[in-house]
Design a protein around this ligand. Structure first.
Ligand code: SF4
Length: 547
């Protein structure tokens, strides 16, 4: 058994170090099971389907020349035995292989494909993200050519950076080495991506990381570090990793535990997260109080990546004063119109946008000023989505026309336009030619116009927020409260499944009502937020310059 007495998979090298600690600490607190997350479940199912489709395609190509499929649903011991048997036989391509656990090194894992070369085996992994961009220079072969010796510089593709893929390949190379089946002459690995158009080959010895380090070197350093963290945790030694707030904390099951530890220490990462927090600690600013005491006009102690020194100090002072929000500008500007519409769209993973909620306000144009929703309750994907989108667009266009006919200005608002824009354009594209569907150009023209206002951008420009800039956070500061205490993006996914009867159950009308109430709350929250930003926020919320 390794010194560490632990075995790790490839994922640890990009995982939060403290999370690796928790996962191996026998004294770690018990966590409540996470609620089901349909978006995550869907992503897993899609990835599995993608891998199965690639395996099927390649099996047809290689069956005659040596193809062995290791059942991925078998017990690990059976999978390892089947993989070793195929390696011993020198099978050309092994699909779904799981390599023997390297207990000395504390490593375990496998690859979607293990490909025989003249000197041994190389790994090829199958992923469900884009691995190249338009450009040139990526080393590729055709999808059905798994020979790395045939890789050539691609005149149409350049590599899209995915260190995680490279580390996974390095991990499998190390496992192949330990098992005695690695190709000593070729330290390479292939990746088949979402488009499944080529195999992208990575030279794992080429300098690819800062300091001219190769993938193998960078991987080795990271793996050794995580192994030490896990070993210390497993043996009850002094922890080698402490919590420090990063982006991943938002979705990490350990956050309640880490958050308490951070609060107890008043850790600086409570106000400045990620690499900036690490650098600040090294520069002597370990606590929120030490940062709050700094002179914001002085030379910054570190090269900030996510904020400025001035804003970091202001956030620390605001945090100390119990303020969740501070005004960044002497006077907030939100573009306003005579006629205004707040919009909020609900979608279900990648399947479609099932609800467009609206609230008309401002000057009278002969239409009711109430919440109005355009939706479909046929389970997505459905063509009925085209009908509901067309109805939404017809109403929206009518509002704009009525405003224009009366010589009134018009503005529409949403919170974080990325999602709305994605489905506005996506719906125009997917349902092109169907009744009432606008052209992509028409939608794009609206998106590019001054009439479409992203309130998230206004909030970013106007405030520093200690607890994030989500609508639920900032609209509550503006005085809005959601009717449903469980309201949130992930909960709404669950409600949607029940509302339309996805999976086993019957459609539940009560969950439809709940979704409509939730959507109406989001729309009304946007309305309240912008009203507040152009009125009382200017006096209620302290200006950063006054802290
Ligand atoms: S909550 Fe954050 S710091 Fe804690 S384990 Fe998770 S990602 Fe790491």
């Amino acid at each position: 058994m390794s010194l560490a007495n632990v075995v790790l998979d490839a994922g640890v090298v990009t995982r939060c170090r403290r999370r690796v600690h928790w996962e191996h600490d026998p004294a770690a607190p018990q966590l409540d099971p996470l609620p089901e997350n349909p978006a995550v479940e869907q992503r897993k199912a899609d990835a599995q389907a993608h891998r199965a489709a690639i395996a099927k395609l390649l099996a047809e190509e290689f069956r005659g020349s040596g193809w062995v499929e290791v059942p991925t649903d078998a017990e690990p011991e059976e999978r390892i035995a089947a993989t070793v048997a195929a390696l011993q036989q020198g099978v050309s391509v092994i699909s779904g292989g799981l390599l023997p656990v390297d207990v000395e090194a504390g490593r375990r894992g496998g690859a979607e494909l293990l490909v025989r070369t003249p000197g041994g085996y190389v790994p090829v992994i199958v992923v469900r993200h884009r691995i190249t961009d338009p450009g040139e220079g990526a080393l590729t072969t055709a999808l059905t050519d798994l020979n790395p010796d045939n890789a050539r510089e691609d005149p149409e593709r350049k590599v899209r950076s995915h260190p995680r893929d490279q580390f996974r390949l390095a991990h499998v190379v190390e496992l192949l080495r330990a098992a005695g089946y690695a190709d000593p002459d070729r330290v390479v690995g292939g990746v088949i991506g979402l488009d499944a158009d080529v195999v992208l080959w990575h030279d794992l010895l080429a300098p690819s990381f800062p300091g001219e380090k190769s993938t193998m070197q960078e991987y080795a350093e990271r793996f050794a570090d995580r192994l030490a963290v896990a070993a210390a945790a497993a043996s009850g030694a002094e922890p080698l990793a402490q919590p420090s707030r990063i982006l991943a904390c938002r979705h990490c099951p350990w956050w309640p535990v880490c958050e308490k530890m951070l609060h107890d220490k008043q850790d600086v990462s409570l106000v400045v997260r990620g690499d900036d927090a690490v650098a600040l600690r090294e520069a002597g600013f370990e606590t929120v109080a030490s940062l709050a005491a700094a002179d914001p006009k002085a030379e910054p102690p570190i090269a900030f990546t996510g904020t400025t020194f001035e804003n970091a100090v202001a956030l620390a002072r605001a945090w100390q004063a119990g303020l969740s929000v501070v005004r960044l500008v002497p006077r907030i500007e939100v573009p306003r119109g005579d006629v205004e519409v707040d919009v909020d769209m609900e979608s279900y993973v990648d399947h479609g946008a099932y609800l467009w909620g609206t609230l008309l306000s401002g000057a009278d144009i002969g239409l009711p000023q109430t919440y109005r929703a355009f939706g479909t309750w046929e389970p997505l994907p459905t063509e009925d989505e085209a009908r509901s989108f067309a109805e939404f667009w017809a109403w929206f266009t009518d509002v704009r026309s009525r405003a224009a006919a009366r010589g009134l200005t018009f503005r529409a608002y949403c919170y974080n336009a990325w999602a709305e824009n994605r489905w506005l354009l996506g719906s125009a594209e997917r349902f092109a030619g169907m009744p009432g569907i606008p052209s992509v150009a028409e939608v794009q023209e609206f998106i590019d116009s001054d009439e479409w206002v992203d309130m998230f951008v206004c909030v970013v420009d106007s405030f520093l927020c200690a607890h994030g800039k989500g609508l639920k956070v900032i609209a509550r500061v503006a005085g809005y409260e959601w009717h449903d205490p469980d309201a949130g993006g992930e909960a709404s996914m669950r409600w949607y499944r029940e509302a339309v009867g996805l999976g086993e159950g019957e459609a539940d009308p009560a969950q439809r009502a709940r979704l409509l109430r939730y959507n109406e709350d989001d729309v009304r929250a946007t309305f309240v937020l912008r009203e507040w930003m152009t009125s009382t926020a200017n006096t209620e919320i302290p200006y950063v310059g006054d802290l």
